[in-house]
Every structure is written in C-alpha cells, then in structure tokens.
Design a protein. Structure first.
Length: 317
C-alpha cells in the first residue's frame, strides 16, 4: 500500500518512522521541509503538495497540531480534498474535534473516498517503537482495509464505532491523564514539604492503588527536572478544552474540568504555550518555595518493549 504522511511533528514523525522502518512505500510532507530530511535520506519521497500526495497514494494520513491545521491541509486549493478520488482512504491521526472530523469526512465521502479518525494514545516514546494504542472511528470495512497498517503503527487497535467516536474517546483519555498529572504534582509537592524522600515517595505510589501510567512516565521526568514528556501546555489546553466542549454540548455539568482548564491557562501565561506540560508543577514549586526533584530518574522516557505486530482489541459483548 502506498501511503502519504502529512505532519512530521512530535508524534507524526515517530509514526511515519515506523512505516518507513517497516518497508512501506512512503511519501511525506511537513511545513518544515528540514525535518523531512531523515525520512528522505532513508527512502521516503517528498510530497510537493497535499493534493499531489492524495493523487498518488492509496492512504493519506494527517497528524497535525490542531483542527485548524487539519482543515487547511484538507481544504486548501492544493489540499488533500483536491486530490481525493474513489477508493482513497483518509486517516486523521491528529487529536481533533469530533464535529470537525465528521465535517471533513463528509467531504471525503462525497468525493468517493473513505474517512477514519485514528488518534493515538500512550506517549511519544511508544509512538517511536510502534507500541502505542490507536483508536479508529469509521466504517468497519474501511477499518479492515487499513488494519495491517495500524498493526505496524500500534500495538493495541480499537475500532470505536462511527467516524468521530475515536476523537471523543481520545480527548476523554487526555482529560483523564491531565487530571492525573495535576494530582501527582500536588502529591509530590506535598510529600516534599512534609519531609518525605521523593525517591521513596515515587516507589510508594508505584506499588500502590495510586499508581498509573502517568505516574510511571511523567512523574519520572518531573523528578529528573527535565519535565520533557514531548507534550506541551498548549496541546494539553487544546485537548481538555475539546473535552469540555463535548460535555457542554451534551449537558454534563463538569466540576473538575474547568479547574484543569484554568490551571493550564495560568501555566501557559506564566511559562509559555510551548513549555513541557509536566512543568505545571512549577506553579506549586514557586508557591511553596521548593523544588520537586530527586536523583536517579531519566530525562526522557524510552520504550524498552520489543516492537511487535499489533492486534485488534476485542470489545466485550
């Protein structure tokens, strides 16, 4: 299968790398052509425009920072829609808005193509090794068509239902991860001020009912001091705001979500939109005149699991 990949950022570049590493015929494009150089050096082709890519491949993947970027790539005069024809598949791997992916998907369908939303979850370190989880929304027949590709990109692949359903679940899971991050920042700071050794505190959480994926990843880079989880405050704010918008639309009166949004708005104002998201702990460090640090923790997360072929997750019935 010939694949076009548009968007080679923190997540997209790692996903595209998995495709190239596994021998797919790959065409890539990014606004910054320089970051495409390693892909081109290893056999990928350069796409002159999204339209040209769509005309020459069977599967077009977009992995972009926000819904506005996706709309531009899709709807510009030389965009993906201008090159879509019967049988082509568009897979939106960006974390985006349910309504927006449905809107763009409808245009793809009207041109004879197929549309899926395929956001990923599990961190950039797992995207790099093909061990990330993937949600896929769209027609079952379209899902099965691209499943062999998804099995290379991820370890666990879940068909979530209709187009847009994957995007709802993705921002929900990011909301949960954000809530966990903020509570871990509070727990670690409180432990430090209470005189606890933070290495011991880390292990106490890890072996307890309070453990989580977020603790085993983001707490480590917090304690190291790098705070580098390859995810920035503006992206957190985008994702939790998308979740809030869903809740507003369906009439759920959330209580914690607005607090998280305000915390990250404040973090953005203090430290900048491109600051690493775990550095939200600085708000507490500054308020308490302390540093939440410990020795022996890594500066960034590396996936040490072997790369294996992915599999579909079966839903209980």
């Amino acid at each position: 299968m010939k694949i076009g990949f548009i968007g080679l950022g923190n997540v997209g570049g790692k996903l595209a790398g998995s495709l190239l590493r596994n021998g797919f015929d790959l065409t890539v494009r990014d606004l910054n052509q320089e970051i495409a150089s390693p892909f081109l050096d290893n056999g990928a082709k350069w796409g002159e425009s999204p339209k040209k890519i769509a005309e020459t491949v069977e599967l077009i993947i977009t992995c972009l920072p926000n819904p506005e970027a996706s709309a531009t790539v899709m709807e510009a005069d030389d965009g993906v829609l201008a090159g879509i024809s019967h049988g082509k598949v568009w897979a939106e791997m960006s974390t985006t808005d349910e309504e927006e992916v449905k809107r763009l998907g409808k245009m793809v369908h009207e041109l004879g193509g197929e549309a899926l939303d395929c956001p990923v979850s599990g961190g950039c370190h797992r995207a790099a090794t093909g061990n990330i989880s993937i949600f896929v929304g769209g027609e079952r027949s379209s899902f099965e068509k691209i499943l062999p590709v998804m099995k290379v990109l991820g370890r666990r692949i879940l068909h979530t239902g209709a187009l847009g359903s994957a995007s709802v679940l993705k921002v929900m899971t990011n909301y949960l991860a954000t809530a966990n991050l903020v509570t871990l920042c509070e727990a670690l700071t409180t432990a430090k001020k209470a005189g606890m050794d933070l290495s011991t505190t880390y292990e106490a959480i890890r072996i307890s009912s309070g453990n989580s994926f977020v603790h085993e990843t983001e707490s480590q880079v917090i304690l190291n001091g790098s705070r580098d989880i390859n995810f920035t405050m503006d992206l957190v704010l985008k994702d939790i705001s998308l979740f809030q918008a869903i809740a507003d639309r369906v009439g759920v009166p959330l209580e914690i979500s607005p607090l998280l949004i305000n915390i990250f708005k404040d973090g953005e104002e203090r430290y900048g939109s491109r600051e690493w998201s775990p550095n939200i702990v600085r708000r507490l460090e500054e308020a308490c005149d302390t540093k939440v640090l410990a020795s022996g923790f890594p500066a960034e997360m590396v996936d040490d699991e072997a790369e294996v072929s992915g599999a579909e997750v079966e839903v209980r019935v």
